[in-house]
Design a binder for this molecule. Structure first.
Ligand code: GLN
Length: 189
């Protein structure tokens, strides 16, 4: 941990506990963030998987949406996994939800449909040219992205992990595996 502040995990709804446990398993400090005073104590934030329609409402109710956007504008790294990617994306198709409007990408919610709503696959993690295991649960697809968005993880040829400066978005769930690759990458941003 090297004296770094703990990683904040947005804990309004969804699989935040899995992220907190994964961070601890991988040797990083982690704290739940439910209000602005807790956000003030972390230097980076994970927005976990869950239900984007629910979380976008809770964020507005708590005034956390503005607090997160202010911190994002000041350079705080933010990583959204699955629902979290939907919440940070600028554009969402297939039932619009209000988003934090941060990562310049268009994502399609529940894009794999009911036949294939959850699956596992081997993915390419481009920063270290390594393979990682991907768990997808009612995952979104990344349909389009801005010119300054870089692809960091692919499933075949499709982007499933993208980065724009200090913003990272993945459509899958690294917190459900024993592989620290993506968490370590995020903590290094
Ligand atoms: N399908 C969910 C949504 O649209 C996201 C699923 C997940 O985060 N595992 O909000």
């Amino acid at each position: 941990m090297g004296g770094n502040p703990p990683v904040g995990v947005l804990a309004l709804q969804g699989d935040f506990d899995a992220h907190i446990q994964a961070l601890q398993r991988f040797g990083f400090g982690a704290v739940p963030v439910r209000r602005k005073s807790e956000l003030d104590r972390v230097d980076r934030l994970i927005i976990p998987g869950g239900e984007s329609t629910t979380v976008s409402k809770l964020l507005a109710f708590e005034g956390l949406d503005k607090a997160i956007r202010d911190r994002a504008a000041a350079g705080m790294p933010i990583w959204g996994t699955c629902m979290g990617l939907i919440v940070i994306a600028k554009n969402v198709t297939n039932r619009l939800v209000p988003t934090l409007d941060l990562l310049d990408a268009t994502v399609d919610r529940n894009a794999y449909g009911s036949q294939l709503d959850s699956f596992e696959a081997e993915l390419n993690f481009l920063p270290s040219a390594s393979k990682i295991h991907g768990i997808f649960i009612r995952a979104p697809k990344i349909l389009a992205m801005g010119a300054d968005v870089e692809v960091v993880v692919t499933h075949g040829k499709s982007p499933v992990g993208v980065r724009q400066g200090s913003f990272l978005g993945t459509t899958f769930h690294p917190e459900l595996t024993d592989d620290p690759t993506v968490h370590s990458y995020f903590v290094s941003l």
